[in-house]
Ligand binder design. Sequence first.
Ligand SMILES: Cc1cc2nc3c(=O)[nH]c(=O)nc-3n(C[C@H](O)[C@H](O)[C@H](O)COP(=O)(O)OP(=O)(O)OC[C@H]3O[C@@H](n4cnc5c(N)ncnc54)[C@H](O)[C@@H]3O)c2cc1C
Length: 473
Amino acid sequence: MTISSHPVEIIEQLKSIVGKNNYIDDASKMDSFLNDWSGKFQGKSLLILKPHNSQMISAIVTICNEACIGIVPQGGNTGLVGGSVPSKSGLEVVISLERMNKIIDIDAINYTMTLEAGCILSEVQNAARDVGRMFPLSLGAEGSCQIGGNLSTNAGGAAVLRYGNAKELVLGLEVVLPDGTIMNGLRRLRKDNTGYDLKQLFLGAEGTLGIITKAVLKLFPLTADKATSLVAMSDLDSTLKLLAKLRELSGDNITAFEYMEGACIDTLIEQTDLEDIFSQKYQHYVLVELSSSRQDANLQSLLESVLESAFLDGVAIDAVIAKSETQAAQLWRLRETLGEVLRRLGAYITFDVSIPVTLVPEFITRATKLCNEFCELGRVFAYGHIGDGNIHYFLFEPKDGNTDNFLAQKSEITTKINDIAAKLDGSFSAEHGVGLAKKQELKQYKSHVELKLMREIKKTIDPNNIMNPGKVL
Ligand SMILES: Cc1cc2nc3c(=O)[nH]c(=O)nc-3n(C[C@H](O)[C@H](O)[C@H](O)COP(=O)(O)OP(=O)(O)OC[C@H]3O[C@@H](n4cnc5c(N)ncnc54)[C@H](O)[C@@H]3O)c2cc1C
């Protein structure tokens, strides 16, 4: 292919690769590609391209690399740190993976699924279920986010405790590299010790090293027995005692262990049609789920007996165990709607940190004290995947406060919270990645050696800095 150096001709070449109806060059029709789910990040773009195979992506990337045009890979646009949105320069091209949505193969014997990166997560889960298998990644945005986005952000979600992050659910990848070559690593192998594990470079790279075009995912047996409970806990330390006991006594069949402090449940009851579960208010709750592929696992009675002994030990003070799928879904709705309900309450500053599980109570206590001192009349909400040591924190402006003044303090309070996490050996970004929002934190908290290596890797793979420029590093 001869590549033109004239901007107008380059744009025409890019359009001709995807063909009519598969690009948007009219700025007034680009909105949904230029704004992310949170509404906090907006950009501009030269052109939105919707290729439908890896060869098209390769051809587009080759041209952009020659002409040094920045490329923003985009999935469902639900990432919360601005990684999927182009810069305000208007000089970047967005490559949407939405038309690369084919499931290529499901191998029920090998427990694998090979698919294109634009498949929507909930559709991946359904396709696995249709052949009697399970894909365990599950998160609030699953109806919109794409598997390529999940892998590029190393998404977590509710079942990490049992199955690991997105990274741990991948066997192989196909990636279009920044020079347009296609790296075909679509292997379905569980053992492959042949030097550097190159796919790991692209998992969690947020589109800065290449475009994930296909993947081989691990599948698991379907759940045949499940027990779900919302438990009121006497204090934060008790939550960890219950977690440890459940892991020990359930044969590690614990799938989820989600923390919500009392204020979260109170707010859900106030703000939604969700019904109150307990007759009185408590300060700490955990949502527990045990699951097994064995029909005779008897998880309900196991959960009952662990909770009984937790009551006797003073670890737990009240509990509701779901008696049906519908009741279990009602309990899960509390946890799943929480983030969205909180985001509607007003101006907020939010954190997504992880700490070693043992130190979570200390983190929550110190971070809450700090938030209360910092913003005396503001409201603080802590919740999250406590079983993974991952806490989401929301600090809201005081009622009748000055929003601009409150938000102006964002960087100061963020640093203070991240400092607490760092002192406890934690991370400033547990789930959502770095994107645009946490670039400063990356500089501040990653070691000099790690940052240097990251920069060198980026320079080697993408010397022209065309892949999601300005994100992460
Ligand atoms: C309601 C809600 C709940 C959420 N819950 C969780 C949760 O529990 N756990 C969690 O971890 N996250 C959660 N998230 C955020 C999560 O990161 C995203 O939902 C998801 O993983 C991103 O997928 P996406 O397809 O929307 O990616 P996008 O938002 O489109 O992109 C995210 C990043 O990946 C890059 N990218 C996208 N596709 C590709 C590709 N094919 N190749 C290379 N790079 C690519 C983009 O450039 C960008 O940097 C939640 C988000 C929302 C809105």
